[in-house]
Design a protein around this ligand. Structure first.
Ligand code: PMP
Length: 405
């Protein structure tokens, strides 16, 4: 394969070419959201400029076009995940809504008093709170796989938690506050030995690691469009067909029905029965364009390039006086979370912003993960394939120039 050409891909992202506070923008907030290539912006505006219609194919020409574009987006998601059928793909607002759908539909139908749901200690709140709401409603219990000092899950403790009471395992593929890549294939294999289905939160892995739901044998997998260079407000749930077919709807309305009387409603099959109301049609089109773009650049090449860049950046961080990296897993993607002795996280982020460098400071919606390392907040820099060694050098130089205390 040709070597990864970062200067070429950078040209595709208009937002990267601007000045912030008098400096060229350096975007290191990719774990929060990613910038959009021109092709995504064009596909979205073209949709509104020319095709815009609700998705009721039979009505008229524009409706047929919109429906085809929307369903074309679904097929692109299917291909991105290597799902067996595009009917296994449900469009939702994003990862958060997808997990809430599984908790409300699958969860309420299959989980009861005394049952257990297992998550890890390093989940995003989106993979904690929906399960808490479910356990409160059903009398089930949430169990937590702990992580070690590197931020790697302690696999033996996971094995010890699995039992006949376990009804679902829901784990992140890449931890958003630490960057740990969890061994999801091993987690799935062991869970299946107990007959337990697994949900994979791929919000942070989808921009960095090739995904294959069939190779993983994932039961559910969820991700957000805005983290894979697509629009906000759109994301997807993959579910195995037999699971989706057995699951009840969770929201009612138009688009999801076969027949309605005041006495009884007959629902459509999956995925429509989970897509009540007018969906984000332009979002689905934009997401499809983003996945086309990613396929064109090639995730295997992206993964190799980013791995090298992350090693380079982490080696540089180790040279910054008083800096403590939080999350030193042997397998990591994108994320560098840290605190600097004698400096408020907020002040570090502001200092970087004054140099045109965007990072996040805060709890990253993963409070239990940070508390495991004795901190409430951290500074988080996160890489994407459009970042360069130059970006990292400027970032490190700015950290070295933090005002002395
Ligand atoms: N899970 C993980 C691991 C995440 O990083 C995020 C976003 N930060 C989410 C879930 C929630 O995604 P969204 O806000 O797009 O629904």
């Amino acid at each position: 394969a040709a070597p990864f050409d970062v200067e070429r891909v950078r040209k595709d992202f208009p937002a990267l070419h601007q000045s912030v506070n008098g400096h060229p923008l350096i975007w290191l907030d990719n774990a929060a959201t990613t910038h959009k290539p021109q092709s995504v912006i064009d596909a979205t505006s073209e949709f509104y400029a020319r095709h815009n219609s609700n998705i009721h194919r039979a009505a008229h020409t524009l409706a047929a076009r919109s429906t085809d574009l929307f369903e074309g987006g679904r097929e692109k998601v299917r291909r991105f995940l290597n799902a067996p059928s595009k009917d296994d793909i449900v469009f939702l607002r994003g990862t958060t809504e997808a997990i809430n759908l599984v908790a409300n539909s699958y969860g309420r139908a299959n989980i009861g008093p005394g049952d257990e749901i297992i998550v890890t200690q390093i989940e995003h709140h989106a993979n904690i709170v929906p399960w808490q709401l479910l356990t409160q409603a059903t009398g089930a219990t949430l169990r937590v796989i702990p992580v070690d000092d590197r931020g790697e899950i302690i696999f033996e403790q996971f094995a010890a938690l699995l039992s006949g009471r376990t009804k679902l395992v829901s784990v992140t593929h890449v931890a958003n506050a630490l960057g740990t890549i969890n061994p999801v294939a091993e987690i799935i294999a062991l869970s299946h030995a107990y007959g337990v289905p697994v949900l994979v939160d791929a919000a942070q892995s989808s921009p960095h690691i090739p995904l294959d739901v069939q190779a993983l044998d994932a039961d559910f997998l969820v991700f957000s469009g805005h983290k894979v260079f697509g629009p906000t407000g759109i994301g997807a749930l993959y579910g195995k067909k037999h699971l989706l077919e057995a699951m009840p709807p969770w929201q009612g309305g138009g688009h999801m029905i076969e027949d309605v009387t005041f006495g009884k409603t007959v629902y459509k099959g999956a995925p429509e029965k989970f897509e009540a109301g007018t969906p984000d049609i332009a979002g689905a089109v934009g997401l499809g364009a983003a996945l086309d773009y990613l396929e064109g650049v090639g995730l295997p090449g992206i993964a190799a390039y980013e791995h090298d860049l992350l090693e380079y950046a982490q080696a540089g961080l180790a040279e910054v006086k008083g800096l403590r990296l939080i999350g030193t897993a042997r397998q990591k993607a994108s994320v560098m979370s840290f605190v600097v002795d004698g400096h408020e996280n907020e002040a570090v982020a502001k200092h970087l912003d004054a140099h045109g460098i965007a990072v996040r400071s805060g709890h990253h919606c993963a409070q239990p993960a940070l508390r495991r390392f004795g901190v409430e907040r951290s500074v988080r820099a996160s890489l994407a394939f459009y970042n360069t060694r130059h970006d990292v050098d400027v970032f490190l130089k700015a950290l070295h120039s933090l005002p002395r205390r």
